[in-house]
Design a protein. Structure first.
Length: 223
């Protein structure tokens, strides 16, 4: 005897098949990450970190022009970013599942490199600052680690204890409340952000739709 599914089960199967037939083609890695959930329905931190890193790694070897989209309050001293060409170069991709290095060039100043590293809990962001001769600046290797799950599109990095100690030691007290963030939409845009609770907000947005010629290596590195 062939047993037919109960009406409730049959209805569920029909709805499931219908949903699959209406579902759009498989999305990219970032979209897929949003469907990876933990038991309580929130994105898993490991999944979000891995997919965020993979989304950025898709642009390894490419460089992109950027523009300032937020810079408040208005700087009272000459701003090192205003009026300068801004570009990012995704390089340092020897092990893209573990670490990426992304130089951030401001005009002819090639002193800045963002180092994004996979940790056991999420991602770590460090700022590698160098002089033209390759030596490290006194303010270097500062940043923080993700303290929450984040998402496949956005990761936030509050200043860690090591960075806070550095800022205090070097007389940069305003920076101890720094929260850096990065956002990515592969093939569309990348955003770098610095925010402070007191109202400071600095954002640079890069156009990932149009790669440009890669710049020279950042100071302290070789091509």
């Amino acid at each position: 005897m062939i047993r037919l599914p109960k009406p409730a089960v049959l209805a569920a199967l029909v709805l499931s098949v219908a949903a699959c037939s209406l579902r759009p083609p498989a999305p990219d890695l970032v979209e897929a990450a949003d469907t990876i959930r933990t038991d309580n329905g929130t994105p898993g931190p490991a999944a979000s970190a891995d997919v965020f890193l993979a989304a950025l790694a898709k642009h390894c070897g490419q460089a992109f022009a950027g523009r300032i989209v937020a810079n408040t309050p208005t700087p009272t001293t000459p701003d090192p970013f205003e009026g300068k060409s801004l570009l990012m170069h995704v390089r340092g991709c020897e092990d893209p599942t573990r670490e990426l290095r992304v130089p951030f060039h401001v005009g002819d100043d090639r002193s800045r490199t963002w180092v994004i590293t996979r940790t056991t809990r999420g991602l770590r962001l460090k700022h590698d600052h160098r002089h033209e001769d390759g030596s490290e600046d006194v303010l270097t290797q500062y940043g923080g680690e993700t303290t929450s799950a984040g998402t496949a599109r956005r990761q936030e990095f509050p200043a860690d204890a090591e960075s806070i100690a550095l800022f205090k030691r070097e007389g940069s007290a305003a920076s101890i409340t720094n929260i850096w963030a990065m956002e990515i939409e592969p093939g569309q845009r990348f955003l770098y952000e610095l925010a402070r609770p007191g109202g400071r907000l600095f954002q640079v947005e890069f156009d990932l739709r149009t790669p440009i010629s890669p710049p020279p290596a950042p100071w302290g590195y070789r091509d």
